[in-house]
Design a protein around this ligand. Structure first.
Ligand SMILES: Nc1ncnc2c1ncn2[C@@H]1O[C@H](COP(=O)(O)OP(=O)(O)OP(=O)(O)O)[C@@H](O)[C@H]1O
Ligand SMILES: [Mg+2]
Length: 331
């Protein structure tokens, strides 16, 4: 059932995008907003000008705030960077306005029906060999949902990819989400998370590293990348070439991290059959990504047998979809 009565949702709380999944008949429907904003000091003139441009905005603490999908266009008009409520997978503690912006975006996307929303939202894994820095993020979001009077539970992001895509192997295999702030990996065995971790190299790393080389703003690099980047052997264009360099760096780093994590046999389940890898997330969406990933994996002495490497049916919505599958099963 779709529409206002449908209060069961999966929510991907991503560094780059917030995605809500709902049931719609036998299928699923999705809605997404960029997790970004731009603010300018309030003036009546600016307010009128934005109305004429049909930019949607709200006012907050004496500022005009443009958030969500409208933010990049507005940032580009002002030749500035967008501000981001989250960084490397978690709430950005140095962005004061961030939580209020996320709250408003999430409320707009979820508070549509009369009943109390029931939401399963995604949380990232701790970095491989890194500090567990997730407590503040998860606790703050839980508190926000408590204030909104929603019922919530959480799901690990990599596991959500497995729930979304690996029904055919009885939820056994490796889910990877190549996002904005992080790449999240989860090896699941019969739907149970056996091992999960993240690395802090993903789309934002590719954008900011490329911007440093080419001298552009990262926001501009991102827009160009999303419009037209793909993998090919020869480059007419400097930007494409630099993007490929950092894409390769990320793929290489991730495969090495997987190799290291899966070599630690104490933590590994006893796999009796080769397992699939599913690639998802916005950063996995360019044409040629799967082949590039597979080529690098084949050149690596990988500790477990892989049956196939596939891209999620929709890389942009797999996490939200898996979170909804969890909500439907558990809530
Ligand atoms: N068509 C595209 N080509 C290349 N990159 C893309 C494309 N569309 C989106 N991206 C990139 O994907 C990234 C966002 O992916 P996604 O929405 O999966 O991340 P997220 O879930 O918000 O972040 P995270 O999981 O790291 O918290 C951004 O870096 C964005 O620039
Ligand atoms: Mg994500």
């Amino acid at each position: 059932m779709s529409g206002p009565g449908n209060n069961l949702m999966g929510l991907d709380v991503g560094t780059s995008r917030l995605v809500v999944a709902r049931q719609n008949g036998d299928g699923f429907e999705f809605e997404s907003q960029l997790n970004a904003f731009v603010s300018v000091p309030y003036s009546k003139m600016t307010e009128n000008a934005l109305r004429r441009e049909a930019v949607s905005f709200h006012t907050m603490n004496g500022e005009i705030v443009v958030h969500g999908n409208e933010a990049p266009r507005f940032a580009d008009l002002l030749n500035t960077e967008t501000r981001r409520p989250m960084t490397v997978g978690v709430l950005n503690p140095s962005e004061k306005e961030g939580l209020a912006v996320i709250r408003r975006l999430i409320e707009n996307m979820t508070a549509k029906g009369p009943g109390r929303p029931k939401i399963c939202f995604s949380v990232p894994s701790a970095p491989l060999n890194g500090e567990e820095g997730l407590t503040y993020h998860e606790a703050t979001l839980r508190q926000m949902f408590q204030e909104l009077e929603y019922d919530v539970r959480t799901i690990n992001e990599g596991l959500a990819v497995v729930y979304s895509e690996l029904e055919d192997t009885n939820y056994t295999g490796i889910g990877v989400s190549f996002g904005g702030g992080l790449c999240n990996v989860c090896l699941a065995y019969l739907s149970m998370p056996a091992l999960s971790f993240s690395i802090a190299k993903a789309g934002d790393f590719i954008d900011s590293s490329t911007a440093q080389v080419t001298g552009d703003l990262a926001n501009r690099v991102r827009i160009t990348k999303e419009e037209g980047f793909y993998f090919n052997g020869h480059f007419v264009d400097k930007l494409q070439q630099v993007l490929t360099v950092y894409y390769d760096d990320m793929i290489y780093s991730l495969i090495n991290a997987m190799k290291e994590a899966f070599s630690n046999t104490r933590r590994m389940p006893k796999l009796t059959k080769p397992v699939p890898i599913v690639l998802s997330g916005g950063t996995a969406s360019p044409k040629g990504f799967r082949d590039r990933f597979e080529k690098t994996l084949r050149q690596t002495d990988f500790p477990i047998q892989i049956s196939e490497i596939r891209v999620a049916r929709d890389p942009h919505t797999a996490t939200a979809r898996g979170a909804l599958v969890a909500a439907m099963t558990e809530m």
